[in-house]
Design a protein around this ligand. Sequence first.
Ligand SMILES: Nc1ncnc2c1ncn2[C@@H]1O[C@H](COP(=O)(O)OP(=O)(O)OP(=O)(O)O)[C@@H](O)[C@H]1O
Length: 341
Amino acid sequence: MSDRLLEIKDLTTSFRIKDQYYAAVDHVSLSVNKNETLAIVGESGSGKSALAFSIMRLHNRAKIEGHIYFHGQDIMNLPIGKLNKLRGNDMAMIFQDPLAALNPLMTIGDQIGEALLLHNKQLSKQDRQSKVVHLLKQVGIPRPEYTCEQYPHQLSGGMRQRVVIAIAIANKPKLLIADEPTTALDVTIQAQILRLINDLKNKMGTGVILITHDLGVVAEMADRVAVMYAGQVVEVTNVHTLFKEPLHPYTRSLLNSIPSTDQIKDKLHVIQGIVPSLQKMPREGCRFSARIPWIDKTAHESHPELRQVAPGHFVRCTCYQHFYFPDEIDKEVTAYGTFRG
Ligand SMILES: Nc1ncnc2c1ncn2[C@@H]1O[C@H](COP(=O)(O)OP(=O)(O)OP(=O)(O)O)[C@@H](O)[C@H]1O
C-alpha cells in the first residue's frame, strides 16, 4: 500500500478584493506521506496559512481550484457532511490563535469531549471524562480535572494553546496541520508540545504539516521542507539538504538571516523589502527578483517552474545558479581589490 497520505495538485486559492480575485496560493503542488513531517516556511504573507486553510477547506469566501487527494480520494468536491466527518477525525488542525479556535461558552472538558464524540458516538460519559483527563495530561496541563471545569478565558494563552492541541489530537488524526503551534508558548512548553506532535507521528504514523517561522523548529521536526514565497513554492527538499545545500536565493536568504553559534558571521543578512501584498504581487517572471536587485535580470526565467535538480530536490527559477550575497562582493573587493561581474 502506498505511503502517500496527501497529494495537493495545482492548488490555487484566490481572494476577492474589490472586483477582482488575487491568488494567495498560486498553483501549489505538494505531498505528505504517512509518518512524515513536511514543514512549510516563508515570511509573513507568503501564503502558508491560506494553503493550510485550503487543505482543510475552511475558507468560505475564497475561490479554490485544483485537487486535494486524501488517501487517494479527491476531497475538493466532497459534500459538506462527508467533509465535516473527515475534519476533526482524520484531518485536524492546530490554529495560530487559540482563543478564536475555542468556544467561549463551553467548558474545556465539554469541548474536548465533543471532539471525542465526533469519532465515537457510543463513548460513555465516564470513558469520555477519563479520555479528556488523559489528553489534558498528555499536553502537559498540571491539574486536568480542575481545568476540565474551566472556561477558555480563565486560562493563560499557553494553556489555551495546549487545549487546542488536545482537541486536535483527540481522535489521533491521520493528518495534522499545525499552523505556528508553539508561537504563543514559552520554550519549555514549546519543546513539550513539539515532542507530543513527534510522538503522534512516530506512534500513529500521522502525517504532519508544520507551518513555522522558526528554522530551529524545522531542523528539529521536519523530514522535508517546502519554502513558500509570494504564494508559490520556490524550493522543496529534505531537511538535511535544506540546511546543507540550499539553492533558491530566498531559502539562502532566510537561512542567512538566522543567528548561528557554529559559524562566525560578521553580520546577519537582512532580506531587503517585504513580501508584496496580493494586489501588488508580480504575476510574471521570478517573484523574488525585486528583492535581489543586484542579480542581473538575465539570470531569471520569464516563466519559472519548480524543477527537479536532484532526486527529491526541486527549485524554481534558474537565478539560483547566479546568486550571491552582496557582502560576498564587499569581501572580495576588500581582499582582492576586484569586483565580481
Ligand atoms: N481572507 C482573506 N482575504 C483577503 N486576503 C487574504 C485573506 N487571507 C489572507 N489574505 C492575504 O493572502 C496573503 C497570504 O496570507 P497568509 O495568511 O496565507 O500568509 P502567511 O504566510 O500564513 O503569513 P503569516 O505567517 O503572517 O500567517 C497575504 O497577502 C494576506 O494578506
